[in-house]
Design a protein around this ligand. Structure first.
Ligand code: ADP
Ligand code: MG
Length: 725
């Protein structure tokens, strides 16, 4: 067998399912031990400093410099006790990963070494980091970027480094990361939602977003991973014939977890628990070697930061197990891709889930208000929401038959749908003026909807699941903030409109329940174009969606353009989430990232074909020639008949090798042509069409060759080897 692949397979066979974590104690005894949480703060801080952190965390109040010094000293003391030597601001640049630059605590003065950490260093760092994508925001002003502590997210220790969750902004204050717009969107949503909630309960002051983030992933053996240059460089396979057996039998889904993976899961869970991540579920997913885990929901900022941290931890622990974890949305063609379902709900500071149907007419009215505002927002900005999950990676998954379709819709379930229908039907029957009692009477018919009562629809990108929405279209490798901040902003905008409509009707003399009900009805009516209960994967829905005027994402760079539409720019500006220039910069980054990723994929595809596949195919042709020549010597003219299979295989291989080498040339040409386009959006468009088309052609020939060339000669691990332990 080809030595590269054989070595990888031999090595993979030696990898065991040994556990590394020595933790035997109940989880509760070490949960959160690596986090500087409130309990530890209470121990290490003066009451005044402790209160300052609590206020900063709850309401974003600024921490003054003197107190920052005290907090830094306390953090340092704790961190050193825990064996940490360095600290870092951990931020979330526009790359879907996190970034860190470690600084040592140690300082030498007058020949004497000691550990030092100042309030200034805690609050702000200047990591330079001028190479991160900024969409031009930094070239025009000042190259420096600053990171600043986000006290709403706890600091923790990872690998001997004190990690300080931070925002990342330019010299002039523009957001260069995912955290800033997310924090701003949460504030906008809190203000708008509290203003609507106070119609029902004047005690409500603020509203928080709760997020429960399900993480899907693949696991492959490290030796096989290293033998696939495409997996190594792109996180996905750019070629590979489907395995005879993959997920047809659904025998992996929810099946017994393979022992190697089970050992890995337990070890990364242990590390996650120490970091205060409350992981709750683990199971096999649909595709072979695909799995999922999910923590219990928490506040949006914490959930997002912990999801990013969890991905780091999963990668680090995988190394110990000689495994590689793949977060790519579509590492393997032909089997399911991976998502990151974001379960999203909103909850008041008085502890009420605003998306939970109530037991009384009044709470039902409140539920309907929030529900209708969310779905109207989704309807008004359907393409924007769909585009917020767009990326090159996710484009391989979306619109496929296992992933949310590329057009936005909302699934409400049959119980709620009936309620909405009857509300819309009553439109004509409602007397102009009715008493408060009558108005409340109308919503009293809504049954209390229990969690179990709601049906599930896996084909919907945005599904209501009883007391929350599940944004299913988010991709597994994405920073969830990139989709969540758009959703928050859309809903904030919609809730603001809701409140002002109610105010207008009340000012005109309408009683409150009537005014609210009337706005609910009009919002539901506007939202009805995204409401869809059927099969989102079906052809009928595609046609129906087009009739309803819903735009589908058919091309990723085209979809990005919605970020520049006037209604988008105005909304982000009015909600104080992103300025027009910040939005434009993001648009630039989307396109640039798309081009760069596709460029890497196209290059590696070309390399593999020229350096691995064609040589293997030609090598096998040489074997065939020898065999045919031998046949001719032995059998004379009869060899044509007797060596027919060899001759036929030789011919087929020649055909594919021919098209492969000329298609790779065309691919290179298409890339060069695209690279000459200076406008990034137009370049991305060229990549998404011409370059991608050639990539598909190249892959097709390569995958055919995999089926023709002797298995002994094939150089790179095959799908059946990568996908099964
Ligand atoms: P499923 O796969 O059936 O959708 P999971 O158990 O895998 O369910 O994940 C559901 C996620 O939703 C969990 O993270 C859970 O904590 C979260 N969740 C439950 N209730 C809420 C809520 N009210 N708001 C936000 N997230 C929630
Ligand atoms: Mg799940």
């Amino acid at each position: 067998m080809a030595s590269f692949r054989k070595m990888a397979l031999d090595k993979a066979a030696t990898h065991s399912s040994e556990r590394f974590s020595l933790e035997n104690a109940p989880i509760s005894t070490y949960f959160g031990e690596n986090v500087f949480d409130f309990a530890k703060m209470r121990k290490y801080l003066s009451p005044m400093a402790y209160e300052a952190v609590v206020r900063a965390s709850d309401s974003g109040e600024k921490i003054d410099r003197k107190i920052a010094n005290e907090i830094a000293t306390a953090m340092k003391t704790w961190a050193i006790e825990m064996g940490a030597t360095h600290y870092t601001h951990l931020f979330q640049p526009l790359t879907d990963t996190t970034a860190e630059k470690h600084e040592a605590f140690v300082t030498v003065r007058d020949g004497k070494a000691f550990e030092h950490f100042s309030g200034t260093a805690l609050v702000q760092q200047e990591p330079d980091a001028s190479s991160f994508p900024s969409g031009g925001l930094r070239n025009t002003f000042e190259a420096r970027g600053y990171s600043a502590w986000d006290p709403t997210s706890p600091v923790f220790i990872l690998d001997g480094t004190l990690c300080i969750p931070s925002v990342f902004v330019s010299y002039t204050g523009e957001a260069l990361d995912m955290k800033v717009p997310n924090l701003k969107s949460l504030q906008a949503l809190s203000d708008a939602a509290a203003s609507v909630a106070s119609l029902f309960d004047p005690k409500v002051r603020s509203v928080r977003v709760n997020l429960g983030i399900e993480q899907e992933y693949f696991v492959v053996d490290e030796a096989l991973f290293n033998a696939r240059p495409d997996l190594k460089l792109c996180g996905r396979t750019v070629f590979g014939h489907t395995s005879a057996k993959d997920q047809q039998l659904s025998d992996h889904y929810f099946g017994a977890i393979p022992s190697r993976v089970s050992a890995y899961m337990k070890d990364f869970e242990t590390e996650a628990y120490k970091l205060g991540i409350e992981l709750q579920t683990r199971h096999n997913e649909v595709a072979p070697n695909q799995f999922e885990c999910a923590p219990v929901f928490s506040s949006a900022t914490k959930a997002i930061d912990q999801n990013m941290l969890l991905m780091i931890v999963m990668q680090k622990v995988a190394e110990k197990h000689h495994l590689k974890v793949l977060f790519h949305e579509k590492p393997f063609d032909g089997v399911n891709g991976s998502g990151k379902h974001c379960n999203w709900s909103i909850c008041t500071d008085t502890g009420v889930n605003l998306l939970s149907p109530g037991a009384t007419p009044a709470t039902n009215l409140q539920f309907l208000s929030f529900y209708s505002a969310v779905v109207k927002g989704v309807a008004d900005h359907n393409l924007l929401l769909m585009s917020s999950v767009c990326s090159l990676n996710n484009s391989y998954r979306l619109g496929g038959h296992e992933a949310p379709p590329a057009v936005m819709s909302v699934f409400s379930g049959s119980t709620l749908s009936k309620v909405f229908e009857s509300i819309l039907r009553q439109e004509d029957n409602v007397p102009q003026k009715q008493s408060e009692q009558d108005a409340l009477e109308m919503v009293s018919s809504i049954p209390e909807i229990f969690l179990d009562n709601t049906d599930r629809n896996r084909t919907s990108p945005f599904a209501f699941t009883g007391n929350r929405f599940e944004f299913r279209a988010v991709g597994s490798s994405m920073n969830p903030a990139s989709a969540v901040f758009v959703l928050n902003t859309v809903v904030a905008d919609s809730l603001r409109r809701f409140r002002s409509e109610v105010d207008r009707l009340e000012a005109a003399g309408e009683n409150r329940p009537n005014a609210v009900m009337s706005v609910v009805r009009s919002f539901l009516s506007d939202a009805s174009r995204v409401m869809f209960e059927g099969n989102g994967y079906s052809r009928e829905w595609e046609e129906e969606a087009a009739r309803r005027g819903l735009e589908a994402v058919t091309n990723v760079p085209d979809a990005f353009k919605v970020f520049l539409r006037k209604e988008t720019v105005d909304m982000f500006k009015n909600q104080g989430v992103l300025s027009p220039s910040e939005l434009e910069a993001r648009y630039e980054v989307f396109n640039e990232t798309y081009v760069k990723k596709l460029q890497i994929e196209a290059r590696i595809l070309g390399d593999i074909c020229l350096n691995h596949i064609i040589p293997a195919a030609v090598g096998y042709q040489n074997v065939l020639i020898t065999s045919i020549r031998g046949g001719k010597e032995v059998f004379g003219d009869e060899f044509r008949e007797l060596c027919r299979a060899d001759i036929e295989t030789f011919r087929k291989i020649s055909g594919y090798v021919d098209s492969l080498s000329s298609d790779v040339e065309s691919l290179v040409e298409a890339r060069k042509k695209a690279n000459r386009i200076s406008d990034m959006a137009r370049r991305a468009k060229a990549y998404s069409t011409e370059v991608k088309d050639w990539m598909d052609k190249v892959r097709d020939s390569a995958d055919h060759l995999e089926m023709l060339v002797d298995d002994e000669i094939w150089p790179l691990p095959k799908y059946r080897e990568l996908l099964f332990f």
